[in-house]
Ligand binder design. Structure first.
Ligand SMILES: *Cc1c(COP(=O)(O)O)cnc(C)c1O
Length: 495
């Protein structure tokens, strides 16, 4: 079956997978979605014998129809190699009452590596396939982790340049250092005086600016996106849900065909949407538990059917989830609107103009695969401490949001379905929040002393990604206003 892609806001025009990867966002401002969901036709029992890369190929080949087997396998080999500190790529470990799927063993120690170590290869292959000779300019807004993972993926990749915007003051110290020390002549990093939503809106505006696009085209540049709106990020993420299931079959926790739950710490709705696609493909998933922090716009949405971003933006210790406009939700909205671009456009217009839209009862009824939950700052810190005291396992604050939500879910539902908590970052990335959750006295120490304390506490070796930045030079110190992002990009491209 050949899968093609159409925009959630368009006229139904279909394009190939490689064209969708190249475009990132559709010209009409919509997101690309597959025109059908392929089914997972391999017997589930067989998955237990496969390695990560084999499952990645199995899943991705179904969606990326116009890539040849050789092309796709080459991309997978280049992505999931020794940049990861374990052959397992994404270890699934039992701690306390749930399994934790650790997606943070890649180059930048956050789950964004799962997709961003392969996206540059998918993109350069897509350019070749479509005979694109323009230089590709990746524009990215980051709530902290995408930026570094995208920079690491694209640094010195021929035929590409990458510009990253992060909310100045809205990311952790380690996250910021990881970005501003990035090497590579084709990289640019700027702090924006605003929050993540401001940065994301600024980037989307540049994407949708036809005059700017034309101007850059004349200079031999074209924009693409490394944000999770790109299907080249979404598709690789589906693979690890299938992988997690295969591990539970392998170790005998479930029999092939039994259902499992996933708990996903959610921000832009990219990670959990990939889990939903896995379920639609036929993976036996019971519930997708959508875990939010204090910015609980999704929690309210799943409970009421009202998406309302008119609220205070709260800076938390899980900054990669500090988001009020979850871009990827649009793909789910499009589905519950029976794929009506008119209805979807209407909702997105209401969101842009009034900050709120309300689904119909019939549409709300289609959201039952998702169970919302949230954990506030106190519950999050409590969860880190409790897990450490009970099991010795040290979690980062994002994973802890999911873990705390799962604890509440178990209490409320007594649902005994085996659960996989999707672990999205290494505790080293958020050493201060993690250590002060364990004992507030640690707050007196500097960042680097905390890393040493974390090493002693967690008994996990200090990852490369952290050792690298300890004495690296700051190479990017650009800070700009929301209105100056375009000028910053032009300055970087020297146009
Ligand atoms: C990006 C990120 C998230 C949120 O993922 P979405 O796909 O945006 O929902 C959660 N935790 C960490 C550590 C992240 O980097």
């Amino acid at each position: 079956m050949e899968i093609r892609y159409k925009s959630t806001r368009g006229d139904g025009t279909l394009i190939s997978a490689s064209q969708a990867v190249l475009q990132g966002l559709a010209p009409d401002g919509g997101l690309y979605v597959p025109d059908a969901i392929p089914s997972l036709d391999t017997p589930l029992q067989d998955l237990a014998e496969m390695e990560y890369k084999e499952i990645a190929y199995l899943v991705m080949s179904k969606y990326l129809s116009d890539y040849t087997e050789a092309e796709l396998k080459e991309c997978i080999e280049k992505a999931y190699d020794s940049k990861f500190d374990t052959d397992q790529i994404a270890p699934v470990v039992l701690k306390g009452q749930a399994y934790y799927m650790e997606l943070f063993h890649g180059a930048t120690i956050a789950f964004k590596d799962m997709a961003l170590s392969i996206l540059p290869h998918l993109l350069t292959k897509a350019a070749q396939k479509n005979k694109i000779t323009d230089e590709i300019v990746i524009l990215t807004a980051t709530s902290g982790d995408t930026g570094k993972a995208a920079l690491a993926g694209f640094a010195d990749v021929e035929g590409t340049k990458i510009a990253v915007f992060y909310p100045k003051g809205g990311v952790s110290r380690i996250q910021e250092l990881q970005m501003v020390t990035q090497k590579g002549d084709n990289t640019f990093v700027a702090g924006v005086r605003g929050n993540f939503d401001d940065a994301q809106t600024g980037v989307k505006k540049m994407f949708n600016d036809t005059r700017l696009k034309q101007e850059l085209k004349e200079r031999g540049f074209r924009f693409s996106s490394a944000n999770s709106i790109n299907i080249g990020r979404l598709v690789p993420q589906i693979a690890y849900y299938v992988w997690a299931y295969s591990r539970l079959v392998k170790d005998g926790t479930v029999k092939a065909g039994d259902k499992i739950n996933f708990v996903v710490p959610t921000g832009n709705f990219g990670n959990i949407l990939a889990g939903y696609y896995a379920k639609l493909m036929g993976l036996p998933v019971h519930k997708l538990i959508c875990a939010s922090n204090d910015n609980k716009v999704l929690y309210d949405f799943f409970r009421t059917g009202i998406y309302n971003r008119n609220r205070e933006f709260i800076l938390t210790t899980s900054p990669s989830m500090d988001i009020l406009i979850s871009s990827n939700l649009e793909r789910l909205i499009f589905k519950v609107c029976a794929f009506s671009p008119e209805q979807n456009r209407q909702y997105m217009k209401e969101l842009a103009e009034k900050g709120v839209y309300t689904l119909t009862l019939n549409q709300i009824a289609q959201l039952e695969d998702f169970v919302p939950g949230y954990a506030d700052e106190k519950e999050d810190a409590q969860e880190i401490r409790q897990m450490y005291e009970e099991t010795g396992y040290v979690m980062d604050p994002h994973t802890a949001v999911a873990s705390a939500v799962y604890r509440k879910y178990l209490k409320e539902t007594e649902d005994t379905t085996p659960a996989v908590i999707v672990s999205t970052a290494s505790p080293y990335k958020f050493a201060r929040s993690v250590m002060t959750a364990i004992d507030p006295a640690y707050d007196q120490m500097d960042d680097f002393a905390l890393i040493e304390e974390l090493r002693k506490t967690s008994k996990i070796p200090v990852p490369n990604a952290i050792r690298e930045i300890l004495d690296a030079q700051i190479r990017h110190d650009h800070v700009c206003g929301i209105d100056e992002m375009e000028a910053a990009v032009k300055g970087f491209l020297k146009v």
